[in-house]
Design a protein around this ligand. Structure first.
Ligand SMILES: [Zn+2]
Ligand SMILES: [Zn+2]
Length: 321
């Protein structure tokens, strides 16, 4: 059964660097416009929200080692997204659930309450944190990484476990853990993995801690760990709404091959991806940005808050307010 899980993985690192660089040509302005799709019949607020402007940088040509230098991605326009008949939350399944696997309340873990707040603002869906579940060594097939000798658990087993734990009213169930993860014997590690068809995902936060790589602790670690954790949670969860990686703009939904590449990505969605998620959830664009701005200010992420504030001003102007 697990073999038919459709897997979306981010931030992968192979044991052997065997991938050949692919020729990725960034889409031009016309292709980016086509990806957003026609907006001329939409209300002014939506036309503004989904328009390309200087708040959204076009995707850059990948550097050696970047995701798009190693992985062929075709992209998905808004119209292709609609044609794919994606799953959507509905009255029967309106909630996002977060399930801690093992101890996720260590001093180096992100705050689950803060992640819950972020997910609620980002997706505009009620988000529930479940009581922690034990790590089951019989089921999760732990191994010692052949290079680092660190313990890791096997994502495919975890996804299978989560698919049986999916609450009846869950749109999706997100397992979060401080265990390191591996998605196949030949892989070094993975930050997270999601099954689009089963609507379950697992994400590890352990590599978001600079201490994992032997770096000294610093006062800003907690903020950095939370921001990276919010990013992986949102990126992987967005996949569950039927969005593959974005190849049009610098966007949260860009693939990522490494932590530096993840850190370079914005925390927000580009117009193409925002339009898709808005279609899926049906949220109020202004309320969502207001909630995110509040969250970013409370986290001390002033650049993120300023970006959202700019967006809100443009949306208000479009509405003539
Ligand atoms: Zn991804
Ligand atoms: Zn995007």
């Amino acid at each position: 059964m697990l073999s038919r899980l459709r897997i979306a993985a981010v931030a992968l690192a192979l044991l052997a660097c065997t991938s050949l660089a692919r020729d990725f040509t960034p889409p031009d302005a016309e292709a980016r416009r086509a990806a957003i799709g026609r907006t001329d019949l939409l209300p002014a607020l939506f036309r503004q929200a989904f328009a390309e402007d200087d708040d959204f940088a076009p995707i850059a040509k990948p550097e050696r080692g970047d995701w798009l230098a190693a992985h062929k991605e075709d992209g998905q326009t808004f119209d292709q997204f609609l044609d794919s008949n994606p799953q959507r939350p509905d009255e029967a399944r309106p909630k996002i659930y977060i399930l801690p696997l093992g101890n996720v309340t260590t001093e180096r873990s992100p705050s689950l309450a803060r992640l819950q707040e972020f997910a609620t603002a980002f997706f505009q869906l009620e988000t529930v944190v479940l009581p922690a579940a034990e790590i089951d060594d019989k089921s999760f097939r732990p191994r010692l990484n052949p290079h680092s000798k660190r313990r890791q658990i096997y994502t495919i087993s975890v996804l299978g476990y989560l698919s049986f734990k999916l609450p009846a009213d869950a749109y999706c169930l997100l397992g979060v853990t401080m265990e390191d993860l591996y998605p196949a014997a030949s892989w070094n590690y993975v930050f997270g993995q999601a099954s689009l068809s089963e609507r379950v995902g697992v994400y590890s936060f352990v590599r978001y801690d600079p201490e994992f790589f032997g770096e000294a602790r610093s006062k800003t670690d907690a903020s950095l760990i939370l921001r990276r954790s919010c990013k992986v949670l949102a990126h992987e969860s967005v996949h569950m709404f039927g969005l593959p990686h974005c190849i049009y703009f610098q966007c949260l939904e860009n693939g990522s091959n490494s932590l530096p590449e993840t850190d370079r990505k914005p925390l927000e969605l580009c117009p193409v991806c925002l339009r898709k998620l808005r279609y899926s959830v049906g949220f109020d664009l202004v309320k969502r940005y207001r909630d995110l701005e509040k969250f970013y200010r409370s986290a001390g992420w002033e650049d993120d808050a300023a970006w959202v504030q700019r967006r809100l001003k443009k949306l208000a102007a479009a509405e003539g307010k």
